[in-house]
Design a protein around this ligand. Structure first.
Ligand SMILES: [Zn+2]
Length: 111
């Protein structure tokens, strides 16, 4: 099974923020912008899960139970899958991607 299909793969990213979020991808040097495609200045987990109109489908009305609620866990998993699909598309098209030189000069001293 592909690791990307495991629910805990998505949940852990939703909880830690170490996933396909603009803020995180920018921090680790994979994306040129912090912005969310909706126009928000920074795409954080809080923005995605609480406020972004792109991820409002099936958004829980009550977050009181947190991860104890199956509805909330499922919403986070589904939203992370949408984020990952957008990330894969950006990777494919090169949009917002940090471009790296295909050939790096050797640091070894040649004698
Ligand atoms: Zn947004």
């Amino acid at each position: 099974m592909d690791i990307v299909e495991r629910p805990d793969f998505y949940l852990s990213q939703a909880v830690t923020g170490h996933g396909a979020f603009g803020e995180y991808l920018h921090k680790i040097g994979k994306r040129t912008t912090l912005k969310c495609p909706c126009g928000a200045d920074v795409q954080t987990p809080e923005h995605v899960f609480r406020y972004c109109q792109r991820y409002e489908c099936n958004r829980p009305a009550n977050w009181g139970e947190g991860l104890a609620a199956a509805e909330i866990r499922q919403y986070l998993i589904d939203a992370m899958k949408v984020l990952w699909n957008a990330e894969k598309e950006e990777e494919r098209t090169g949009i917002n991607r940090v471009r790296r030189a295909s050939h790096r000069p050797s640091r070894r001293l040649r004698l």
